[in-house]
Design a protein around this ligand. Structure first.
Ligand code: XMP
Length: 531
């Protein structure tokens, strides 16, 4: 397994994803873990992430000594390269201009890392890479024993290596998809240079995960909050596989679900999987507490907090009802790795929290239940693979992700029951049309061609005209994005004919909405959700 040391870059998670895509297990830990921790982790290789900091300004932000002493290959990325240079006797110079974006990097000589990896070659026969760079400081003198591995006109040391010691570093970011050969480079590092076997595959993982759940739970009972989303569904199926009827799913209908979603969830889990599912209609409670609340983070906290309250009440009820129930002592959640990292759960506080996800952030300290989070180490694509391997219908598993707070973060500002009803119907039309419109080039539906699509309710009124009358009604925005990692995303270029159909259906069929807009913002700088 690989150890990734995080110096606080927003894209550290992507390094982990690319490594996992090479079928190699890895974990992200803060850069200041102890030497002992590193020795105990016993990595086959170490990757040092980027950072927004400067080696020049921040003298504390260094890799632990064990990184250099352990004798395993090390790959430094961006800041990781600069700290490698500084710590091993090279030089880094500060510059007040920052370079961002696309660059073409020339490879020097044949290093194991870059050999045979290139996007094109120059007439002189130099291998060239198309990469994404983001840096201020530069390495200006190689540490002893290092040779130049890559360069650009504005960044003379864009890569360096000490091959005897297995130390490699690049100034560009191989983890982002804009670096065309990034995955090839990381695969080369973890599979060939570190010698990792590539046996991290979901089918094999089920047995291990089931054993782990059985060991953790013993003969105790678990309740799980089923939301209808992919993560909690896969978690439920996995835990059900492990412990059967010791699992009770509590499906909290918070009143912020998609149209008919409640019935579909019951049908799947109670009907087809034969899991124990209790449906709780808590919409009045949720909508009551949310009335008048406009701040997105507060909404998340309230929804997350109420979830926990409802669970606790259900657990207590189960206990009181007797009938073979000892009462649940575990609360299971479909928390996945990006939730953990984005909420600062890796204990590295350096990356700023963009949005707190309620399934991690909103939990009160005195929960009274132990946590069971069997997907905590997995990325979304791994969760889906796992779901299919567990026998869940691909239709459900490849459903677009749906946030825990549901429509609560898709109704901007104050949430009112009538807004929920309007949004549910408008969104249903959008999704229906996406599913039924097939792109002739690929043969796929536009639902499958987008990673996430939904409708956002804007609490503003605009003037329209219908028949002979003037209308003064609400506006919705359609959002559809394409992304492989949800960290960055492009808005989807949906066909105009599809947008036209969706727009006219929404305006005609949903009274109260008289204007439909399409969101053409990418992430970054926008986020996928509007709140
Ligand atoms: P953003 O809006 O941050 O969304 O670009 C990235 C992904 O995260 C989902 N998301 C959430 N999921 N609780 C969740 O469970 C939340 O509070 C939350 N906020 C955003 C979003 O739907 C997208 O897939």
């Amino acid at each position: 397994k690989i150890l990734i040391l995080d110096f606080g870059s927003q894209v550290t998670q992507l390094i982990a994803r690319r490594v996992r895509e090479s079928h190699v297990y890895c974990e992200i830990h803060p850069n200041d873990v102890s030497d002992d921790f590193i020795r105990q982790y016993a990595p086959k290789g170490i990757i040092l992430s980027g950072s927004h900091a400067s080696t020049y300004e921040d003298h504390q932000l260094r890799a632990p000594q064990a990184v250099w002493d352990l004798g395993v290959p090390v790959l430094g990325i961006c800041y990781g390269m600069q700290t490698m240079a500084v710590q091993l006797g090279g030089e880094v110079s500060w510059s007040d201009t920052r370079e961002f974006g696309y660059a073409e990097v020339r490879a020097h000589g044949h290093t194991r890392l870059l050999k045979g990896i290139e996007d094109f070659s120059t007439p002189e026969g130099h291998g060239m890479l198309k990469v994404w760079m983001s840096h201020g400081d530069k390495v200006t003198a190689l540490p002893p024993g290092f040779k130049l591995m890559a360069s650009t006109p504005s960044c003379p040391v864009a890569g360096m290596a000490n091959e005897e010691k297995g130390l490699y570093a690049v100034q560009f970011h191989p983890e982002v998809t804009h670096t065309v050969q990034g995955q090839a480079l990381l695969w080369r590092f973890v599979r060939d240079i570190c010698g990792c076997a590539g046996d991290w595959i979901m089918g094999n993982y089920i047995e291990e995960a089931v054993a782990k759940i059985r060991e953790q739970v013993g003969d105790e009972e678990v309740i799980l909050g089923l939301s209808g989303g992919v993560d909690s569904s896969v978690a439920a199926a996995l835990i059900h596989r492990a412990i059967g009827d010791q699992l009770t799913c509590v499906f909290v209908d918070h009143g912020l679900l998609r149209l008919n979603e409640g019935d579909m969830v019951m049908d799947m889990f109670a009907g087809k999987l034969h899991a124990k599912v209790i449906r709780v209609d808590a919409s009045e409670l949720f909508l009551g507490q949310l009335a008048g609340v406009t701040d997105p983070e507060r909404k998340r906290k309230i929804i997350g907090g109420l979830f926990v309250d409802v669970f606790k009440a259900e657990a207590a009820k189960l206990k009181a009802s007797g009938a073979g129930h000892k009462g649940a002592t575990f609360l299971a959640q479909g928390t996945i790795y990006p939730d953990v990292v984005e909420s600062g759960g890796t204990k590295t506080k350096k990356a700023t929290t963009i949005k707190s996800h309620h399934n991690v952030g909103g939990l009160p300290e005195q929960l009274g239940l132990k946590l069971l989070e069997p997907l905590r180490e997995l990325f979304k694509d791994e969760v889906r693979e796992l779901g299919v391997a567990l026998g869940l219908p691909p239709d459900m598993v490849y459903r677009h992700p749906f946030p825990g707070p549901g429509l609560g973060v898709r109704i901007l500002g104050d949430i009112r029951p009538e807004f929920v009803k309007l949004l549910q119907r408008a969104d249903h039309i959008f999704i229906e049309e996406l599913r039924s419109t097939v792109d002739h080039n690929s043969g796929k539906s536009w639902y499958d061609l987008t990673s996430q699509a939904f409708t956002v309710f804007l609490p503003v009124k605009s003037v329209g005209v219908m028949g002979d009358g003037r209308t003064y009604d609400y506006v919705v925005a359609l959002r559809a994005v394409q992304t492989s990692d949800f960290m960055t995303a492009d808005w989807a270029e949906l066909p105009y004919s599809l947008l036209k159909r969706v727009s006219s259906r929404i305006i005609n069929e949903v009274r109260g909405i008289n204007r439909v807009t399409y969101d053409v913002s990418s992430k970054p700088p926008a986020t996928i959700e509007w709140e």
